[in-house]
Design a protein around this ligand. Structure first.
Ligand code: SAH
Length: 398
């Protein structure tokens, strides 16, 4: 049985919680440091003892838990989890029935009503990601609910929280049948090799599905493509399948070469027709400028924060400079796909960064289209940070 604790919300945070802001921050609640046990059920009240919401305690970055319900009578039990999961699964029915796409997100944290938990589906296997020890304490309820609602071949989990200051990196496999390694999934007909038992990242970022399809179907044919921060080369493969003349993938990580070769191979493409370069993107830009290389399509999808030997990159600060370098090696009337998953700024600021980069290089541009998170990455309207993805297709005019 879970412990219940009543806590008072500081006056300036009452309004936010009333309108449905789901994150419980350390500053918002009096005496939150008295709560010691992860997974404790917290009931929140204002100064006049009016009920505001009920949730769980769990340390997740600056958060100290998530509100799960604004109904004081609702219990956080097996039935609660089953209800939330059921709704989430119904919301993805189209994807469950889509033969061409077998990898997608089934449950997206606060967007589906339970902050701190995501569930991804890969061809009948499920990967649960727990963002705090608090939500992890509900593991039995979540797994029982999932098995009640869908046919599960096997379950894996990723623990994205530290216990006593240490991240636990034990076996990801939980139960059922083990997935083949690699497991081949489909996305709009593109194949991806994924590894469910190999650390936090499985080999493909599911939130870029619509962007990959758009590149393949509308932007790649006959083009030379530069894919920077390429990871396993998912964008390169999409472009190659769309008839790109050639793709060049650049990533710092050694593993990116074999991983990218593999993604080409599982799509019946010859990776030797493409360049896969293991290098710091910032060095590569210098090299490309020196050699006067230029590309018809340049894809920029850096991490929010990265440190290499010579550079520290922070998207919030350095994106305009990165983009300015990309502009220099993009053909006139070429297209730059600028993407950022940084949660500290939104689309408006991202577009200001784009404007400033083009100004800096003395070039002009035209925005062709924009993408945010796909439908399966459901967001919570009061929780803007959760709506992190911004992708802009930009034509360089001069
Ligand atoms: N665009 C990819 C995902 C990028 S993940 C996709 O759609 O699949 C971020 C990648 O950036 C990682 O693979 C990491 O190795 C790489 N990276 C980080 N800093 C880098 C740098 N300075 N130069 C090149 N690659 C870098």
């Amino acid at each position: 049985m879970k412990k219940n604790v009543r806590l008072k919300v500081k006056p300036s945070y009452v309004k936010g919680l009333k309108t449905g802001y789901p994150l419980i921050t350390e500053d918002a609640v009096q005496n939150i440091s008295n709560v010691k046990e992860e997974g404790t059920i917290i009931e929140l009240f204002d100064e006049k003892n009016v009920f505001l919401g009920k949730g769980y305690y769990g340390k997740q970055n600056k958060g100290r838990g998530w509100v799960l319900t604004q109904n004081s009578q609702e219990l956080i039990d097996q039935e609660f989890f089953e209800k939330k999961l059921k709704k989430a699964i119904n919301h993805r029915q189209e994807l469950f029935n889509n033969y061409e796409t077998t990898a997608f997100r089934v449950f997206n944290g606060e967007g589906d009503g339970i902050g701190g938990l995501t569930i991804d589906h890969y061809n009948g296997y499920y990967v649960l990601t727990w963002y705090s020890e608090g939500i992890y304490s509900f593991k039995d309820e979540v797994i029982a609910s999932l098995k009640e609602l869908v046919k599960v071949k096997g379950i894996y989990e990723k623990k994205r929280f530290a216990v006593k200051g240490k991240y636990i990196d034990d076996n990801d496999f939980v139960e059922g049948e083990q997935a083949p390694s690699p497991l081949i999934v489909r996305e709009n007909g593109i194949h991806f090799a994924v590894y469910l038992n190999d650390g936090a990242m499985v080999g493909v970022f599911l939130d870029q599905r619509d962007v990959r399809k758009t590149i393949r179907d509308q932007y790649a044919k006959g083009k030379t493509v530069l894919n920077t921060f390429s990871y396993t080369g998912a964008f390169s493969v999409a472009a190659a399948l769309g008839g790109a003349a050639k793709t060049t993938s650049v990533d710092l990580a050694n593993r990116s070469r074999s991983k990218t070769q593999e993604q080409f191979s599982v799509n019946g493409l010859n990776y030797e027709d493409h360049d896969i370069i293991v290098e710091d993107v910032f060095n590569y830009f210098k090299y490309a400028v020196r050699k006067e290389l230029s590309f018809d399509l340049v894809i920029l999808d850096p991490p929010s924060f990265a440190r290499s030997k010579k550079h520290t990159f922070s998207a919030g600060k350095d994106y305009p400079d990165l983009l300015a370098q990309a502009i220099q090696i993009t053909e006139r009337n070429g297209v730059i796909v600028a993407s950022s998953n940084c949660s500290t700024f939104g689309m408006k600021k991202f577009k200001e960064m784009i404007a400033s980069a083009f100004k800096q290089t003395g070039s002009t541009y035209n925005i062709l289209e924009e993408f945010k998170l796909p439908q399966d990455f459901k967001t919570h309207k009061e929780f803007k940070e959760g709506n992190y993805l911004k992708v802009v297709f930009i034509e360089k005019l001069s």
